[in-house]
Design a protein around this ligand. Sequence first.
Ligand code: WTA
Length: 662
Amino acid sequence: MVDDDNSELEARLPDQDYYRPPPEFVGQANVSDPAIYDRFEDFPEGFEEYAELLEWESRWDEVLDDSNPPFYEWFVDGELNASYNCIDRHLDERKNQTALLWEGEDGEQRNITYQDLYREVNKMAAALEDAGVEEDDVVTLHLPMLPALPITMLACARIGAPHSEVFAGFSAQALADRIDDAGSDVVVTADGYYRRGDLLNHKEKADEACELAEKDVDKVLVWERHEGELHPDAELEEGRDVLVSELLANNERTRVDPVTRDAEDPLFLMYTSGTTGKPKGCQHRTGGYLAYATGTSKYVLDIKPEDTYWCAADIGWITGHTYIVYGPLSLGTTSVMFEGAPDHPHKSRIWEIAEKYDVDIFHTSPTAVRQFMKWGEEYLEGYDFDFRHMTTVGEPIQPEAWNWYYEHIGDSDAVIVDTWWQTETGGHLITNLPALDDMKPGSAGKPAPGIQPAIYDDRGDEIEPASGRAGNLVIERPWPGMLQTVYGDDDRFIDEYWRDFSETDSDDPEDWVYKTGDGAVHAQDGYFRILGRLDDVMNVAGHRLGTMELESAVSEVEEVAEAAVVSRNDPEKGEVPDVYVTLREGVDPGGIEDKIVAAVERDIGKFARPNAIVIVDDLPKTRSGKIMRRLLENISNDDDLGDTTTLRDPSVPERIRDQLQD
Ligand code: WTA
């Protein structure tokens, strides 16, 4: 919940400057008429403007059915297919235009035209059907940044099988948990991919996941990084594992008609961390999601079909789903995909790609910007690229990093939009429209068209708009990109997102308010500044991690008695996890750190590795025995401890601090 520190933070921030979008940008922008905001204030009909960007098999009868909040229905009775909208409908006009421009870490390039994409997606759809996938079966994907990933997603969409992509960096255990929760019979993976020069054996994670999962997985479909050359260490289990290349080669069927999906039929699941140890499967609908992804890609990212657009995120997270695959392809543009690490084989790799493909629009995270800044301007020298539009997503961006991005990457003549949103929201909710609103470093900006955010205090009362006071960021009205529910768990959907600020026994939609979990400030100029998560979710280098998930991994180490995970501010990654543990009586502390790291890597993945592990005699606890994580967070961040009088043993925090200073 909000603490007073946030208001102090607001007071400490320096005055911010505004930057106007360059006139050349405004002249060519997809939206340059401020009337758009008024059009979308006609709620919910304003959102039809996004839906009109799609091709529907049958048009909706009603824009929004809000009779059973928070289970809203969008574009009721409309019918469409997402794969058709991202591929088939472009064939007449641009079948030879590149849809996906893929570059491997090893320098390999693949230009996949819309016609190629059509062919590949149809064949993969046939292969999925042959593997037994039927409409509405959830297919779990564990694919890295290979063309196989968008191809498989769109093949699933074509046959109406929701996909559930698990970021390739997740461990076998994390994959197994998600296979179980989604009840998938079929898993799609790859044999390997490159990371800093090594061809990783990725397939082994799916093998282990199948062992760990309670669910019996019938089929594992395996894409090869180098077609025809299976990774030397990858093993295929007879009867279960099938090479996609063989399935495609042996299949006579080269066309699979896109199935008609109801607007409310689910398109995909995306698991994300919440405040408990168990990740939530955010379920996204077909019509509302695709309309919102397409509309915001057009209006916020200013994508045009003739652009080369590069969102340097991983498709394994929501950003890649919405803003590498669904939004850009639905608009018929050229979307760049890069397999590797930004510093391999050298720290100019990103700029080399930007120059080679003449990228117009560039999308990245504040963590990446801070990294580029640390590496220094010299890595940009000699690279000739010219971005018209740049964005950031995932974390607050500090004015210093923003200014560096603007000046050195954008050459002081590109627009920058900071885009605030979440896995749950499907697309941007707070962000400027680039030709209409001035840029303000450090602020996410104004509400996107039709979105109604507000700031509430912890009691659930609205804080006066534009008052500059910190509070809970909430959204007061539904929008088409919002999640439908938590997969298989409507109660959890209500508990996590609605209960705190809604009257849950009311069926009046006005009484239902979506809780984002973020703190924010609404400034006098109408801009929102995001202050970060107020719940037990951390943001590590733009990756969302639940402290409870980390704690339960750490607690699995036999010697650990109790564990608390808190976030430490980090100049590069934003936040990093610090782990505090007490050990069981009489155990040898030698080697504990390694065991804890191994447990986190096993349960979640290497990207979640702790920053520091501190073994202490006692954790700060209230008299009722609750661990006070806030105090540990203060210790990690070298902040004042504040009030410690409610502790059972008020000397504990000081003792930990002394221990750290020794
Ligand atoms: C944070 C990523 C500040 C926020 C799309 C949110 C941001 C969480 C911004 C969602 C931003 C996202 N400024 N913070 N522009 N964008 N966040 O689900 O805390 O991976 O709740 O979605 O990231 O992370 P998620």
